[in-house]
Every structure is written in structure tokens, then in C-alpha cells.
Design a protein around this ligand. Structure first.
Ligand SMILES: NC(=O)C1=CN([C@@H]2O[C@H](COP(=O)(O)OP(=O)(O)OC[C@H]3O[C@@H](n4cnc5c(N)ncnc54)[C@H](O)[C@@H]3O)[C@@H](O)[C@H]2O)C=CC1
Ligand SMILES: O=C(O)C1=N[C@H](C(=O)O)C[C@H](O)C1
Length: 269
């Protein structure tokens, strides 16, 4: 047990935090080394097992991230952009692999994460599931095969608590479509249509977001041509797919050279 990689989960009380804790506790490939929440969160100072509604597991939730990271080989982080940037610096200081699932990261956050990756292994993806990463590869292939007369639209649906749009997954799919076409997503991106928008720009890559209820995550990539459509779809029904992917990334990252990696690297797709 002592030789298994020790994992710290940040954002322990969150939707993904709880799923990650259960996944690590059930795994025979790693051990739970710590759990972090923000100061003032009711989970801080309490045993992880008790907070999950079961027996004590001997790991107390802390708000001291550096102390927790220093005892671990990997940190799995599905929190919020400001927290993730802070954790990237601390995980690098502790030489722990940092697996980042947090979405909504802006250029300023990405620059700080890239700086941390000069000293430590970081695996970052807007979606850690096998199915979505396969869909990313398929999207790139289809975009390579079809010309810009085929309009690309990405439609995503998530639960009503999600705070960022388009989703991290939708952006990964948009990047894949842009790469397949040999264009820059930043230049071709079109989102949030409302009112008299004018006709669709030729070659645009469009994004639409639906928010409602408890939808885990659904993504369609629509290639709309004249007289026909190709639709690629992924539907997530269980957050366990993201947690299993993140755990796989944490184990894969052990003994890798410092740098920033993604799930395509981890899965070898
Ligand atoms: N890459 C992927 O496969 C997936 C990514 N996500 C992303 O993960 C993130 C979290 O999603 P949810 O779990 O649904 O959100 P949530 O709101 O349920 O959980 C976030 C947790 O982070 C904690 N947190 C925020 N700042 C913190 C800090 N400074 N220190 C410690 N804890 C802090 C919050 O207290 C909360 O418990 C979002 O960005 C979401 O888009 C979600 C699912 C899959
Ligand atoms: O916030 C979520 O829930 C999810 N976020 C990720 C995203 O932004 O794509 C991944 C998944 O779709 C669930």
C-alpha cells in the first residue's frame, strides 16, 4: 500500500471532487494521500469517509494545499481557474504530477500553467473521458475530409450549475475541427448568436450551449452540407468516466519528464 502513488484530490466536496474520492478509494493502483477544500468549506477538518457518508478512512480534509501536496505523488484538480493556477505552482514546488480537469481557463491562466509545467508534469484536458478524446480525433479526421462548404456547429448541453460556456470539451472539439481544416479557431469561432446576426460566415465554427437540470455532459459536432449532415455525438451519463480518466492520467504521469500533456498522450490515441 505504501508503495502505491499517493493522490490528493482538490475541491473535495464538489461534484467531481466526491466522484474522484470514491474512485481513488476504490482503486488498487493508488492510495488517497489527501483532500483539499477552500478555507471555510464545511468539509475542512472532517474525515473524507465520514463526509462521503461512510466509515472513516483516516484522511482529514485540509485547506493547506502545500502541506497535502508535499506528501503526494499526484494532485487531481477539478476546481476553478484561480485555484488551479495556484495549485499548479504548489504542485510543481512539491514535484507532484498535476492533473487538471478545470475548464474556463483564460490565456492568463494557461500562461501560468505553462510556466509551472517547466518544473513538473501537468496533464490537462477539458474532458478526461476515453469517448470524448476519441471524438476529438474523429472530428479532426472528418474536418480534414470535408471542405469549408460544410458548416461546423458544436452543440453542448450541461447541468444548470455549470458556470462556463462553451464547455472545455466543446472548445477541444472546435480546436480539432479547426486543426483538421488548417485554420485558427480564434479567427473562425462564432458563438452566442442573438437578434439580426446576418448570414453565417463561410468557414465559421459555431458554438451553442444548453444549460438545464442534471445533464452530465452532451456534445454534438454537426457538419452541415448541402442536402446532408454528418453528426458526431458523445453523451456522458456518469461522472465516473472523467474520474477514471483523471486517475489513469495521474498514474501515467509518474516518472515522465516535466511538461504539459493531454489525454490524447495518456490514452495513446
Ligand atoms: N475535464 C473533465 O473531464 C471535467 C471537467 N470538469 C470541470 O471541473 C470543474 C469542477 O466541476 P464540478 O465538480 O462540477 O464543480 P463544483 O462547483 O461542484 O466543485 C468545485 C469545487 O472546487 C472547490 N474549490 C474552488 N476553489 C477552491 C480552492 N481555492 N481551494 C480548494 N477548493 C476549491 C469548491 O469549493 C468546490 O467544492 C469545472 O471547471 C468543470 O467544468 C467537470 C467534469 C469533467
Ligand atoms: O462542468 C461539467 O460538468 C463538465 N465540464 C467539462 C467541460 O466543460 O467540457 C467536461 C464535462 O462535459 C462535464
Amino acid at each position: 500500500m505504501g508503495n502505491l502513488p499517493g493522490i490528493v484530490i482538490t475541491g473535495a466536496s464538489g461534484r467531481m471532487g466526491q466522484m474522484l474520492l470514491r474512485t481513488v478509494l476504490a482503486s488498487d493502483k493508488c492510495r488517497l494521500a489527501g483532500a483539499v477544500e477552500r478555507t471555510g468549506n464545511p468539509w475542512v477538518g472532517r474525515d473524507v469517509g465520514e463526509m462521503l457518508g461512510g466509515q472513516h478512512v483516516g484522511v482529514t480534509v485540509t485547506d493547506d494545499a502545500l502541506e497535502a501536496f508535499a506528501k503526494a505523488q499526484a494532485v487531481i484538480d477539478f476546481t476553478a481557474p484561480a485555484a488551479t493556477v495556484e495549485f499548479a505552482a504548489l504542485a510543481a514546488q512539491a514535484r507532484a504530477v498535476h492533473v487538471i480537469g478545470t475548464t474556463g481557463l483564460e490565456a492568463e491562466h494557461l500562461a501560468k500553467i505553462a510556466a509551472a509545467a517547466r518544473h513538473a508534469v501537468i496533464v490537462r484536458a477539458g474532458n478526461m473521458s476515453l469517448g470524448v478524446n476519441l471524438l476529438v480525433k474523429l472530428t479532426q479526421k472528418v474536418a480534414e475530409a470535408l471542405d469549408a462548404d460544410w458548416d461546423v456547429e458544436i452543440v453542448e448541453a450541461h447541468h444548470n450549475k455549470k458556470i462556463d460556456a462553451p464547455s472545455g470539451t466543446a472548445l477541444m472539439l472546435g480546436e480539432a475541427a479547426a486543426e483538421g481544416r488548417g485554420v485558427s479557431l480564434a479567427q473562425m469561432r462564432e458563438s452566442g448568436r442573438d437578434g439580426i446576426t446576418g448570414a453565417r460566415a463561410h468557414g465559421a465554427i459555431g458554438f451553442s450551449a444548453i444549460r438545464g437540470g442534471d445533464i452530465v455532459g452532451e456534445h454534438d459536432v454537426i457538419f452541415a452540407g448541402a442536402g446532408e449532415r454528418v453528426i458526431l455525438r458523445h453523451v456522458a451519463t456518469d461522472r465516473g468516466i472523467f474520474a477514471r480518466g483523471a486517475l489513469r492520467a495521474a498514474i501515467w504521469g509518474q516518472n515522465k519528464s516535466p511538461g504539459e500533456y493531454d489525454m490524447i498522450d495518456v490514452l495513446g490515441l
